[in-house]
Design a binder for this molecule. Sequence first.
Ligand SMILES: *Cc1c(COP(=O)(O)O)cnc(C)c1O
Length: 405
Amino acid sequence: MSKFNLKNIVRKNIWELKPYSSARSEFKLYGDVSTARNSPSGKMGLTLLDANENPNDPSILNSELIIPNLNRYPDPLQSEIKEILCEQKGVDADQIFVGNGSDEAIDLLYRIFCEPGNDQVITCPPTYGMYEVSAAINDVAVVEFPLTSTFDLDVDGILKSNAFAKAKLLWICSPNNPTGNVLLKADLEHDWQAENYTKGGMMDMPYAPEFEEELKENQRLMDQLIGGFNGIVIVDEAYQDFTENQSFISRLADYQNLVVLQTMSKAHGLAGARTGFAFASKEIIALFNKTKPPYNVNELSQKAVVSALNNIDNTRLQVEEIIDNREILIADLQQLDFVKQVFPSEANFVLAEVQDATKVYNYLKDKSLIIRNRSSQIPNTLRFTVGTKDECEALMEALKEYKSI
Ligand SMILES: *Cc1c(COP(=O)(O)O)cnc(C)c1O
């Protein structure tokens, strides 16, 4: 079915690249080294004289440094993080790339697949700005297929275009930033069962006939848009934790050219730790690993990510609260007479169309309330990140006063 051939679309210099061999990745039993670096020197019977490090642990002299052993280089393949992700995401460790933010994965996709000055990619604006910025940095052309007036993908336009036959990358952000809606559904069957379950039905409720049609239609769409594409389809799931829809990780086995991006920056509360993930076939992940800088995720971040993933239940509680706040914020915004339209959201932000976006934006800024003016992408729109209950209330209080000006 698929015409996809990985070797045909990888840059020749990357396919032939002999990666830098770091001191630690040469050592076969990295696990032992990893344990050794986290235990007092010498305890594991390993004497580490391979990487020109200072043998002294700075945390012994400086009590403000709460992470021990920063004198050692971090694990280049982040095995502790991957071990947890394997279980939580149901993939193998060699299907995971851990990066310095998902922004690193975005840049690597250009560097692995796109010949500067020659290749092109497809984006569907309004969407996340880094796809275009990274393209410009890598001297790659962008062919835009704007979303329709209802913020849906222009599937026919994309499928019929020359760009679809030639492009190396197809970027789909879902839920999309800044519109907040889901652009593609990975698995309608999952949605059907979840919906019936919440309505008090059985988990394996038989399909209604019209649903069978929807199911087939969605599968056909996947086969055309992903299966029918010669390049890599990237589904950026930065906001996946805020939607009920199934992650595209569940479709990796079906599509060899699919890459799914997720991040610790949004739901997981670790934007400062700069850590994001790419999930894909092990062949694609091997290309990421050989192209990335050897020690791309620092030790402080690796420790923070392991701790956050080990406490995923706390994150889930916070996400539930943010979703509750989101629905209240949407309802409150709809009450304001200068708000023309509030778009539904499956993310942790809300996009609204107002009468004079720049005026509202400046008014809030003068009150030290910082939001995002998205008018350059969609006329007279503002994007509000869903904050704490108090922050949402402070925002609404200010906006209600604006109404009376
Ligand atoms: C915020 C965001 C990211 C996050 O990038 P990081 O580098 O992981 O912080 C990626 N994609 C989209 C669509 C985003 O909105």
